[in-house]
Design a binder for this molecule. Sequence first.
Ligand SMILES: NC(=O)c1ccc[n+]([C@@H]2O[C@H](COP(=O)([O-])OP(=O)(O)OC[C@H]3O[C@@H](n4cnc5c(N)ncnc54)[C@H](O)[C@@H]3O)[C@@H](O)[C@H]2O)c1
Length: 361
Amino acid sequence: MQTVKVDLGERSYDIVIDAGILSGIGERMKEFRFSPKTAIVSNPTVFKLYGDAVMNSIRNAGFECFSVIIPDGEIYKNYNQTYQILTEFLKNKLDRNSCVIALGGGVIGDITGFAASIYMRGIHFIQVPTTLLSQVDSSVGGKTGVNHESGKNMIGTFYQPKLVWIDIDTLKTLPKRELLCGIAEIIKYGVIWDEELFESLEKNRDAILTLDADRLTHIIKRSCGIKAEVVSKDERESGLRAILNYGHTVGHAVETGTGYSKFLHGEAVAIGMHIEARLSEITGLMDTKQVSEIKALIDSYGLPSELPEGLNADNLIPHMMLDKKTEAGEMKFILPEKIGTVSIRKGINIEDITKALSKGR
Ligand SMILES: NC(=O)c1ccc[n+]([C@@H]2O[C@H](COP(=O)([O-])OP(=O)(O)OC[C@H]3O[C@@H](n4cnc5c(N)ncnc54)[C@H](O)[C@@H]3O)[C@@H](O)[C@H]2O)c1
């Protein structure tokens, strides 16, 4: 069993990673002295696969446990569903010392964390992430929230879980395309922070794609470790935490520009990482060879690295100007200097951005 600590003073917590640990969660929960009544929030897809294991474990540990199942999909990460979840919490009389468990991917984690953060001004919650993306990214760091029709993740809180419990065996049922979205985020950690992780993704690709337990545990642990370190230094994104947005300025524009229908989030981020690396090259920050290495790694996992037909500077830049990260009309980019090091840059001229979005087309 591997443990990564997220160091946030009295809000510190452990991320526990291993194969086959789902049914151990109840035992671990005992040490927190939560109220007996607990809830699992999940969706039908995940609950059918893993609901019994988690529910039985929690009940065997002496808790009373009920489930709240919301429909599967990003469109259900909204305020109405949050209200339904809160209604179930009230109906089942969760109290201020109760704990809720988010069992699922990032959608379930984000909405459950948000509901937990506002129910009775905040109750305990545990993340049991079941997608690779949620295991290495969304379950760690305490960003919770839901979408509004005017934008993604527009309503939310910073609210840390009590524990993140990662059973890598859950990845065996995850569709390959979803798995690759998690890989895109891990490539991101390699580029922004850790050349060794980047190389490990290159060297061990086949083992990773066939879900070799040791290799997977290594890259998940390292990714969580990087996120934990960054979040511990800058919990509320007043500076350093922004580096986690590498690939996301262009990535979000690609998602918006294609109506959220063509690419999954991780795929759009993969394209974004390549284009932002190209921007780095154009502005003289990174050499061509390293940009090619980033593109080659993205391509080798079968992730997209180029803009699709129809997307270009003309239609992407307006979306980038509306991005949450744009301040006073100035776009913010996370630009790699070399693999393992990035810097946060503003004031990049529009011609260079246009060039980065155009090269190769
Ligand atoms: N809070 C954060 O810091 C943060 C960071 C990144 C992303 N996010 C959010 O995360 C969400 C995306 O998360 P995601 O990529 O995990 O998507 P998701 O939660 O929609 O899950 C993807 C699909 O996989 C299914 N699934 C989940 N686990 C499974 C398993 N083990 N076996 C089979 N199917 C399984 C889900 O039911 C769903 O259909 C977005 O809403 C995004 O905004 C949040």
